[in-house]
Design a protein around this ligand. Structure first.
Ligand SMILES: *Cc1c(COP(=O)(O)O)cnc(C)c1O
Length: 408
């Protein structure tokens, strides 16, 4: 996708980019300082509607809070989706504050502390156990609190998902219980001590191929059906993961959501639901629901030429939006789409290298980007900043103030 497609997706008035219907320069005045993150409420709403329209009716849509845990964003999504997935006690508190029913909140992630397990058991959410010893600690916690914990087993599948930005399944992993170890693990637990409601499989993130996602979903469904008989009671919960990607780079093409939905209908309506009629089937998406709705807005504080190259130095950088600098798991650094807020439709006058204000060459937001002539005071907008932005960045690095976040 080209930068102009991102500009069009957000909209403009008189050549100025809009977020949530407000021109970004006016929004900057409303926020009061740069840099800031702005998330477009209507774009999130539309995205959820598109996903719900594409997925089979039988599938519950979950939001993976770690993609963007801003409380206002989570509150907005809680009213739109069926399920929230959290990965820490901090996220759990944000999810519970929305009023979401605890039965529609799941808690995944390695290294849950005893304190986190206590809070999760007390709140009544589904705890997705990642190891044998975590299950043992969960049972002990339940006894201490005189509560029967609700648990699902996170399964490390015997397969990996090709083409994922981040692989989280297949081979040895810190995530989940190896599929082949699940039967003996569940053979050890007493139904009296813990309510094991089903399985969770999440094998990868940031995938743009409907065919590969479909294949992973097929293997996931097969795996869950194979393991189903080892659940002591009824299988009430099957979390099939997600991993839907968004286009960051020019050569990235949009995921074909309808194709994903069709394949999932065959798998869920045709195979999973007939075998496990009492199961709530969840797909949990993070980045796909919020990533494209967010922009990171910075202001140019300096422009300079150095041996034939033009630089624009902005007041933000990798300490707020690490991923755009290429240092968040990327193998090859490519530019995130970026534009000048008030001249979003102007013809470029030449390449400008946009750098942040940190004293390290890693702080590169755009390498030789075609932009209209850049001046001090211009607002530079980085697109695709709604997921894994602020909270996935080293904000303390160099001691600059934290940016604001607004949901517009
Ligand atoms: C991070 C995570 C997600 C969300 O991944 P996205 O790529 O943002 O959709 C979903 N499930 C689990 C278990 C995760 O850890």
């Amino acid at each position: 996708m080209r930068t102009s497609d991102h500009v069009t997706a957000h909209g403009t008035v008189d050549g100025t980019l809009l977020v949530g219907g407000m021109p970004v320069d006016r929004l900057a005045e409303r926020v009061g300082s740069t840099p800031f993150f702005a998330y477009d409420r209507a774009m999130i709403t539309e995205r959820v509607a598109a996903v719900k329209a594409a997925l089979p009716e039988r599938v519950s849509l979950g939001y993976a809070v770690k993609a963007n845990p801003m409380p206002a964003v989570v509150q907005h999504l809680a009213g739109l989706v069926d399920h929230l997935d959290v990965a820490s006690a901090g996220e759990l508190a944000v999810a519970l504050d929305t009023g979401q029913a605890p039965s529609a909140i799941s808690f995944a992630g390695p290294g849950k502390t005893d304190a986190e397990l206590r809070r999760a058991v007390a709140s009544g959410v589904t705890i997705e156990v990642e190891s044998r010893t975590e299950l043992q600690r969960l049972v002990r916690t339940g006894k201490e609190l005189a509560l029967r914990p609700r648990a699902a087993v996170r399964v490390n599948p015997p397969f990996a998902v090709k083409g994922s930005g981040m692989r989280m399944g297949g081979g040895p992993q810190q995530f989940g219980v190896d599929a082949e170890a699940v039967p003996s693990l569940l053979g050890e637990v007493s139904d009296h001590d813990v309510d094991v409601v089903g399985y969770h499989v999440f094998a990868g993130s940031q995938n743009l191929s409907a065919a590969i996602l479909g294949e992973a979903q097929e293997r996931t469904v097969e795996l869950v059906l194979e393991l189903a008989e080892h659940v002591p009671g009824t299988v009430e919960y099957v979390n099939l993961g997600g991993g839907f990607g968004i286009p960051y780079f020019e050569k990235d093409e949009r995921l074909d959501l309808d194709a994903v939905g069709r394949r999932l209908s065959e798998l869920v309506d045709g195979r999973l639901a007939p075998a496990l009629p009492d199961a709530t089937v969840v797909m949990e998406l993070g980045r796909f629901l919020v990533g494209e709705a967010g922009v990171y807005v910075t202001r140019v504080v300096d422009v300079k030429e150095s041996r034939g190259r033009s630089y624009a130095v902005v007041d933000g950088g990798m300490h707020h939006q690490l991923a755009a600098s290429g240092n968040f798991g990327q193998v090859i650094r490519r530019n995130y789409p970026l534009a000048l807020a008030t001249r979003a439709l102007d013809e470029p006058t030449g390449p400008v290298t946009v750098v942040g204000c940190l004293c390290t060459p890693l702080d590169l937001l755009g390498d030789e980007v075609d932009l209209p002539g850049t001046e001090v005071g211009d607002l530079v907008v980085v697109f695709q900043a709604g997921a894994y932005g602020l909270t996935a960045s080293p904000t303390a690095f160099l001691g600059h103030p934290s940016p604001s976040e607004v949901l517009v």
